[in-house]
Design a protein around this ligand. Sequence first.
Ligand SMILES: C[S@@+](CC[C@H](N)C(=O)[O-])C[C@H]1O[C@@H](n2cnc3c(N)ncnc32)[C@H](O)[C@@H]1O
Length: 308
Amino acid sequence: MVDRVFDVDKMLKDEGAQVTEPYYQQSVLVYEQFYEKYLSVPGCMHFALNYDGVFDRKGFYGQARGVARQMERMGGASQVLEVGCGKGLNTIRLAQDHPDVSFTGLDLLPAHVEKARGRAADLGNASFVQGSFEPLPDDLNGFDLAFGVETLCYSVDLDAVCQSLARALRPGGRVVIFDCFLNERDGTHSQDMLLATRLLEVGWGISQGYRTPARWVEAMERAGLALHWDYDETAHILPNLRKLQDYSVRFYNDWKVRLQARILPTLGQRNAVTALLMPYLFEGAEDDEASPPGVSYRRMVFRKPVAA
Ligand SMILES: C[S@@+](CC[C@H](N)C(=O)[O-])C[C@H]1O[C@@H](n2cnc3c(N)ncnc32)[C@H](O)[C@@H]1O
């Protein structure tokens, strides 16, 4: 289906291209007129975490709840940074629930920062800055906790990003990551699964490809941060992924839907590729072309030693 509509070879020519900004610029309608309107909640650019296997919009606050739990476990926090905060959904929810904590959100795209600022206009404890986490601006430091939801996968230089996060934390501080990771390639994945993973990376503009959890742990350790927790959340995003796939099937099967989608630029249209492939990529396949899943969705927590 993907090849018929998008031409797989043509898509793969874009492997490795640095397209973070154009991808989000060309996907505005997809996020705002489709995702936020029919599936998620205003300002949301990530997957819902549904722990009972049933899709529910409340799941879009699951990542913020996970960050709040880390804040509690470390005995409270006073300064929290969200990298790649998008339109601010997580930071705003956390700031509303923790009026005594100061939150800073950082995002690459001026349009995202502007929307986050607009939505947080009434909040005195949340501010947003435009910039890259690659590296973080020098004046962002002394944080008790830094987190990123579905954003650090865009890192080009993994070591530089980990060092930058480590520098921004106070001793004893933590980094929380919710993101997609590559499953170890052990020779058991089917050719289809390997190809689908590459299409996922091209479709979302992940220029360096997803990394395995082990590569993240090694890079964080080189930066002086130790793994505290690694939790596979894949099962919890599947209800959301199946909803997205249901919508995308209409795109492939109905020429009228495809005609409407032609108002989208190329990178925006490619969201139909990732939406179609994701349940397969995250669940694997048990049929003739059996394969373990190519990627996983995880929550990883790292700690900076107190005596660092
Ligand atoms: C999938 S969206 C997630 C947004 C937000 N974390 C959320 O949960 O709704 C990824 C975000 O990462 C941002 N991003 C990508 N690369 C970045 C970088 N190098 N520095 C800062 N933000 C970045 C994008 O602009 C986008 O807003």
